[in-house]
Write a protein that binds this ligand. Structure first.
Ligand code: BJW
Ligand code: ZN
Length: 244
């Protein structure tokens, strides 16, 4: 891929670079996305499963769905896109990685500082006393009960209608406001408040770059669209930056 001179020059001069990642970044690892053909929501509508009411009305069903996904996420490996973002930490004087993904793959690739906006599937907590249970056996198909109070245990992920973790969201907003270059990678940019971050970055003067295999609702509003697989584009970008 040919990168524009403008992008390369801006990246060379940048003091702060940030990236928001979504499910597309893990697609090349084999984790299904949400809204692509064959994605998670093709079989189940989000309202059916990713909300607290659904969990409380049929905890075993929602739990088994998370167990299924936890199994996939544990079995797959990070891909070149995750590894390229690890390199970004070394290339830029300040690099902030913000993810909507719950799959743990940025950490497993070696990224040191990841801001997780929608939680992490490896953490779970009791809905009543909030005790954490993080070492879950994926074969436990029925919802687990808290050893302290007997209530049910849920994954520590953010469902529709729930607020995002406060510290993480404030940090992500600060990144959007203070970045010289802001990447939006592998996200449909349809779920708020994460989806407002690239717009916020643009309004604050950042050069906003989208990397996606297809156009999104945001493509017309960004400064540059790099169309293709994030694993391939990010690896090429790292090579280009290391050479120049
Ligand atoms: C590739 C590729 C490759 C494929 N290379 N690219 C303002 C306006 C309207 C609505 C709202 C609003 N503010 C809040 C709302 C309500 C709601 C919302 O946003 N609804 C919209 C759907 C309209 N938001 C919320 O409820 C949030 N909470 C909140 O705002 O609290 C305050 C509040 C409370 C009550 C009322 C009002 C306000 C919480 C949102 C939580 C989202 N949770 C989920 C589930 C997490 C747990 C789990 O995984 O089970 O998070 S939903 C799901 O979507 C998941 C994802 O993180 C999130 C984003 O999806 P993502 O990552 O973008 O994936 P896809 O599949 O959509 O896109 C993949 C992209 O990759 C595609 O574009 C592909 O083309 C691309 N791709 N392969 C590069 N190889
Ligand atoms: Zn408890």
């Amino acid at each position: 891929m040919d990168f524009s001179n403008e992008l390369i020059e801006r990246l060379k001069k940048a003091r702060v670079v940030s990236a928001l990642t979504g499910a597309g970044v893990s697609a090349e690892s084999g984790v299904p996305t949400f809204r692509d053909p064959g994605g998670i929501w093709e079989k189940f509508r989000p309202e059916q499963l990713a909300n607290f009411e659904a969990f409380m009305s049929d905890p075993d069903f929602v739990w088994s769905w998370y167990q299924h996904r936890r199994e996939i996420m544990r079995e797959v490996m990070p891909n070149p896109g995750h590894y390229a973002l690890v390199e970004f930490e070394k290339i830029f004087s300040e690099f902030n990685l913000i993810t909507q993904n719950i799959d743990n793959l940025h950490y497993r690739a070696g990224s040191k500082r990841v801001t997780e906006l929608h939680g992490n599937i490896e953490r779970n907590y009791c809905v009543s006393c909030k005790t954490f249970y993080n070492d879950i056996d994926v074969n436990e198909k029925k919802v687990l009960l808290c050893k302290k109070c007997g209530s049910i245990i849920r994954p520590d992920v953010v469902w529709f209608g729930e607020i995002l973790p406060r510290k993480e969201l404030i940090f992500a907003e600060d990144c959007a406001k203070n970045s010289n270059v802001f990447f939006s990678i592998g996200t449909s940019a349809e779920v708020y408040p994460a989806a407002m971050l690239p717009t916020m970055a643009k309004q604050s003067g950042a050069y906003v770059v989208e990397i996606n295999i297809r156009p999104t609702v945001m493509s017309m509003d960004v400064d540059e669209v790099l169309q293709g697989k994030s694993g391939e584009i990010l690896s090429e970008l790292v090579n280009n930056l290391k050479k120049s």
